[in-house]
Design a binder for this molecule. Structure first.
Ligand SMILES: [Zn+2]
Length: 344
């Protein structure tokens, strides 16, 4: 008879500190799992399973939206549509990178840090990706061809470096100064979000209380849903609610990171709808304007941003690889893990 023995899951005190998640008391995978164990664990109920699937499935949804739009008759041939397609590339990449990070983060402490470096890098590229359609379709009329409009995308590229650098660095403070680490990581993602959405905040200010009378500056309901989801995403990330109120109650289902993933992908979905709404409703007006960034500028910015972010991640990875194995951030690797397992 075929019997399937699932790997035993661990309690929080059975895994090294670097693997601990606030308010999550059980359901931890072995911190020295093999890559195959990690893949198989996505089919076993652990405290990471829902995290994995809540970003694996949306990856395919956004890829489907990208292919459906790009494959539409004449869609790709029109340069007007390209910023939307550029936005959708990192919108597919970030849930995929996150899904991989959650899947393989229990291979070793080093692998865990590197997985999340890549996750942060993909999120930074997503923050840059948002700037392309906002610069192309969502600028307030009075900002068109102004300084901010001209430098909007290059500034977003620089922001992505700052975001990756700061968020990766925050991992090094996680054990000694968890509060500061959290503040830095939250700021690393909040700042590019606030910058990217400046055009929307300005249009919101212009239209506040004026109903439909503000013409092309009017925001669609999808913009509202997107901003609301983004707010909720930030709140869940920073608050660790609900598990902070009842540690151990939400280990497998319902903890803040799962809700954070769901709000993030819902936010991206509404953001896509909002971009499509701006693209359609402002088209006749934008057709008379010169685009801020041509194809060459778009490709150059993307290539530089990807290369720069990879370099930053490589630098943090190198410093992690150079660190002695006695470094607290690396405790719980294969050697220490073996000793620990024997002690249990
Ligand atoms: Zn995540």
């Amino acid at each position: 008879m075929l019997s399937l023995k699932l790997p035993q899951l661990l309690q929080v005190h059975q895994v090294p500190r670097v693997f601990w998640e606030d308010g999550i008391m059980s359901g931890y995978r072995r911190p020295t799992s093999s890559a195959l164990d990690c893949v198989l664990s996505s089919f076993q109920m652990t405290n990471e399973t829902v995290n994995i699937w809540t970003h694996f499935l949306p990856t395919w949804y956004f890829l489907w939206r990208l292919l459906a739009l790009a494959g539409g008759p004449g869609f790709r041939a029109e340069p007007y549509h390209w910023p939307l397609l550029v936005f959708l590339l990192p919108a597919c990449l970030y849930p995929f990178a996150s899904c991989c990070a959650h899947t393989f983060s229990s291979m070793s402490p080093r692998a865990r840090h590197i997985c999340y470096f890549l996750d942060y890098g993909a999120l930074s590229l997503y923050s840059l990706g948002c700037a392309f359609p906002y610069a192309a379709y969502s600028m307030p009329a009075s900002w068109l061809h102004g300084r901010l409009h001209q430098f909007f995308v290059p500034a977003a590229a620089l922001n992505s470096f700052l975001c990756t650098g700061l968020s990766c660095y925050s991992r090094f403070l996680e054990l000694e100064s968890p509060g500061l680490s959290k503040v830095l990581r939250t700021a690393a993602f909040a700042y590019p979000f606030l910058f990217d959405n400046l055009p929307l905040f300005y249009r919101l200010g212009l239209c506040w209380g004026r109903g439909h009378s503000c013409g092309q500056e009017a925001l669609s309901t999808s913009h509202g849903y997107h901003l609301f989801c983004a707010l909720l995403t930030g709140f869940l990330f920073a608050s660790h609610l609900p598990e902070r109120l009842a540690p151990g109650r939400f280990d497998y289902i319902g903890h803040s990171h799962q809700l954070f993933h769901i709000c993030a992908v819902l936010g991206t979905h509404f953001q896509l709808e909002a971009v499509l709404a701006d693209m359609g409703s402002r088209r006749a007006w934008l057709a008379t304007q010169e685009p801020a960034l041509g194809l060459a500028g778009t490709v150059a910015t993307l290539v530089l941003a990807v290369a720069g972010n990879l370099l930053i991640i490589a630098a943090f990875t190198a410093s992690l690889l150079r660190a002695p194995s006695t470094c607290p951030l690396l405790q719980g690797g294969p050697l220490e893990g073996g000793t620990q397992a024997k002690q249990q």
